[in-house]
Structures are given as C-alpha cells and as structure tokens.
Design a binder for this molecule. Structure first.
Ligand code: MN
Ligand code: MN
Length: 472
C-alpha cells in the first residue's frame, strides 16, 4: 500500500472511531445562523425586562397568554389539550400542556430552569446618612465576587407592601433618564492595604452600601437632612414611609442592557444569563411544542441560595402540580413520576483560556460548542451531585441523534477546585430521571456575563427535541 493511501485509511478510521466536539459556527449553515441571531434578539428583549424572578415570572406569563395558555389554580379541572400556567406567589411558574399519550406509560417531560440571579438585596432597615451621603444597607443574594459589584450603574427593582397593604412595584434606573445607584470603591492611591487583602475582603459585605442621595432638606432644625430629603421624595412619588421597608423586597441589579459582544456579534453580554439563558429557551420550547406527551416547564426561584423556601425547587408545590395533573387524568402519581424525565436546565462554566488552569480541558464546556450536558455536578468526590445514569444519558443521546442539535458533555472545572449545584437533585429525589443541561457561561455570577449565541440557540433546539421527540 502506498503511503498516501495508508494515511487516508488511518484518517477515516480515526474519523470513525474518535469523538470530537463540534463548533456550532463551523457546522451550521448560514441560514441556521441567521435564525440563531434572530433568537438571540428575542432573548435580549426578554432579559432586558426580566432581571428579577418576579419580572421574569410576569413576562413569561404574558408571553404564555399570547400563545393561548390560561391560568390554572389548584383544584381546577384538567383535560387533554389544556395549556396552563400556575403562578406561585408571583415568583415561580409552572407551565404545562396535557397531551393525549398515556401518562403512566410515557410520564411527563419536564424542563426546569431558575429565574432568580445573583444580586444585591436591601436589608429590612436599610436607610442611613453619613458624611454627605444617604445610603441603603444591603445583604447580597447568591454567590458573588463582591468587588465586582462596586463602581457600576445599578438599578433598583422590587416590591414594597405599604402600611395600608397596597403593593408597590418599582423599577428605577433602567430608563435613560432615570437616576441609578452606586456602590463605592477605594481609589488605588489609598488602596495599598486593600489590594494586599484576599479577594473575599477587597470589599466586605458591610461595605456593599448603595448610594441613594446627597441633597439636604432645607430645614436648619432637623438632623439627617439628606435622609429626610430622600424620604420626602419617596413619600411624594410613592407614598411610602421609612417603616414600609420592613415589608419590602428591593434589590440592586446591574443597570446594563444586554449587548452583542465582538465584531462578529457571536456573543451576548448581559446580567442574569444564569439562568435566563436556559429559562427563556425552556419557555419558548413549551410554547412551540408539538407533541402528544404531557410536558411541564418549571421556572423556579431561589436556586442561587439553595432552592429553599416555598418558591424554590425544594417546595412541595411542584410535586403538587404533578399530582394534580395525575389526579385529573386518573393516573397514579407514583407510576407517572417513575416514567417522567427531566432536563435540569442550568448554565455551566465555559472554558476560559485566560483562566485555563482551573479547567480540565477535555471535560470543560467549550464556548460555541453547543448546549452542555453535565452528567454530574457538585464538588470534590461528586458530593451533593445528581449523578444521572448512563441509561438516561444514553436516552438523551438517542433523542439528539439525527438532529442538528450541537451538544457537548462537560463538568464545571478541575476536580477538587470547587463546584456548584442546580435544581437537578431535588427533581431526581421525586424518582424522576434528571440530567443537567444548559448554556456555558463566561464570568458566571458577575454583573455582566458572556454567552455564545450558538450555545443559546442549541439549548433551545435541545429543549424542543426533548419535548417533541418520543422516547424509545
Ligand atoms: Mn444557575
Ligand atoms: Mn448561579
């Protein structure tokens, strides 16, 4: 055999036997990339107005209503063909379509994502004046690098229950002419000691104070003139008293809008890709679904603080919804759960060549190499991880076979360097096959995160495949 022929045969043998990740932009046709960029525009419009779980919930409901979904209340009757959403305390959402296939045989297909993101929450007694400033005291929400949240424009979002019981929703700092809010940092000239301290202490929790004013109230007799002035402005505009902060949920979120990144616009920069870059595709997938199976999309709260409370994934409400569906269709919830399947839709860490040493490249999610499946998460020794079975992973591969979904398998980073959790294990506890899947993110939990449009679009395609294609 001549040398060239031999090389060719070896190459084709390699092609046959080796597994290699694909790059979406290399593989996809121009037409598909156009669709991908269009999807990214829809996504940007959604996240620009969905910075908190309440806003994401409200906007998702509006989109679902337009697609013919109607509200479900516990105890309502359900029948095949119904398209419903259940709103849990304005903070989490369950959307479902009842299909004609037998539930006890086929189970329910669930896609679950979270709609809360790391941010800076206000304390319950937030307001004080000091040295020419008025501030709000805060307690951060979720795992953040605190120093990243200083010296950026912040908007204030949230809900206040006033003394008379009325509800006030606010969003200040998103419009061009709105004022914004700000967290101070130290000038480098005086930062020698600060810069020698470890990252946790560069900015401490109690230094994350939000600048909210600086103009004195014109009255010689009163102390705390700036605070009084701010409160009088708030009272005039919203009718609130300082005491009303006791029953408020206010949070500072980055005031940035989502923008394309790069000359080629391949990436999107935005606040809250974790986890709206999975929540939005999950929402779109159920709206666009064409299937005879029953499908359920969960958009849950509190993932960033451990899925706690009655709006987080640990809440019984999600199991209650499953049971209500089963009761209505005269099925055993136990049998249905045993056959159900869930994609735990959450972002993962994308390999960052600038921080290559924390990744094990073979098992890191590569940007633009598609939606990433994490068989397991957790930290050192797979601790606290939902380790999905090979059988379920095999079924997922089968679902994506002969489709144009570009996907990869990854884990967060190097073994023993850290870790993270998702809602996966709480769904799996219900005896439901569950696997983590989602968009790889750069600078996760930073005020401005980066994702690839290709990965976002393939996440949507993957969810569509999962809900539409029958499992063998
Ligand atoms: Mn997440
Ligand atoms: Mn997160």
């Amino acid at each position: 055999m001549d040398k060239k022929k031999q090389e060719k045969e070896e190459q084709s043998l390699q092609e046959k036997l080796f597994y290699r990740k694909k790059n979406y932009f290399e593989e996809a046709e121009e037409k598909d990339i156009e669709k991908c960029y269009k999807f990214a525009e829809d996504y940007k419009n959604f996240i620009n107005v969905s910075k908190t779980e309440r806003e994401a919930c409200k906007n998702s409901v509006e989109i679902a209503k337009k697609a013919g979904f109607t509200e479900y209340k516990l105890g309502d009757k359900l029948k095949v063909g119904d398209k419903k959403f259940y709103i849990n305390r304005d903070k989490s959402l369950a959307l479902f379509k009842i299909g004609k296939n037998n539930l006890e045989e086929n189970g329910i297909k669930i896609v679950g994502a979270h709609i809360d993101s790391p941010r800076i929450d206000l304390k319950q007694n937030p307001m004080y004046e000091d040295s020419g400033f008025c501030f709000f005291k805060t307690h951060y929400y979720g795992g953040i690098k605190k120093y990243q949240w200083t010296t950026i424009p912040l908007a204030l979002h949230g809900t206040i229950i006033k003394k008379d019981g009325s509800v006030l929703n606010v969003s200040i700092g998103e419009e061009e002419n709105d004022p914004i809010f700000y967290i101070n940092d130290l000038l480098p000239h005086l930062g020698q000691e600060q810069m020698m301290s470890n990252g946790y202490k560069i900015i401490t929790g109690e230094q994350l104070n939000l600048v909210i004013g600086g103009k004195a109230y014109k009255d010689k007799k009163v102390r705390e003139k700036i605070k009084l002035n701010v409160l009088s402005l708030l009272n005039e505009k919203y009718g609130i008293l300082e005491e009303d902060f006791l029953s408020s949920e206010l949070c500072a979120v980055p005031a940035f809008k989502a923008r394309d990144i790069g000359f080629d616009r391949a990436f999107i920069g935005a606040y809250g890709h974790d986890d709206k870059s999975c929540a939005y595709p999950a929402l779109r997938a159920i709206l666009d679904a064409k299937t005879d199976d029953t499908i359920l999309t969960l958009l849950v709260d509190k993932e960033e603080i451990g899925s706690e409370g009655n709006t987080g994934m640990k809440s019984k409400i999600y199991e209650d919804i499953l049971e209500e569906i089963c009761e209505n269709l005269k099925c055993s919830p136990r049998k249905v759960r045993a056959k159900s399947k869930c994609l735990s839709a959450d972002v993962t860490s994308a390999f960052d060549p600038n921080f290559a040493n924390v990744y094990e490249k073979m098992n890191a999610a590569i940007i633009s190499s598609g939606v990433s499946i994490n068989k397991y998460g957790g930290s050192g020794g797979k601790s606290s991880s939902n380790d999905a079975s090979a059988e379920f992973m095999g079924k997922i591969r089968e679902i994506f076979r002969d489709t144009d979904v570009i996907y990869q398998a990854s884990e967060l980073g190097k073994v023993d360097l850290g870790g993270g959790g998702t809602i996966a294990k709480y769904v799996a506890q219900l005896n439901i096959d569950t696997i983590d899947i989602g968009v790889p993110v750069i600078s996760m939990h930073a005020p401005y995160e980066l994702i690839s449009k290709g990965d976002l679009y393939n996440t949507y395609k993957a969810f569509c495949c999962f809900v539409n294609k029958p499992f063998a």
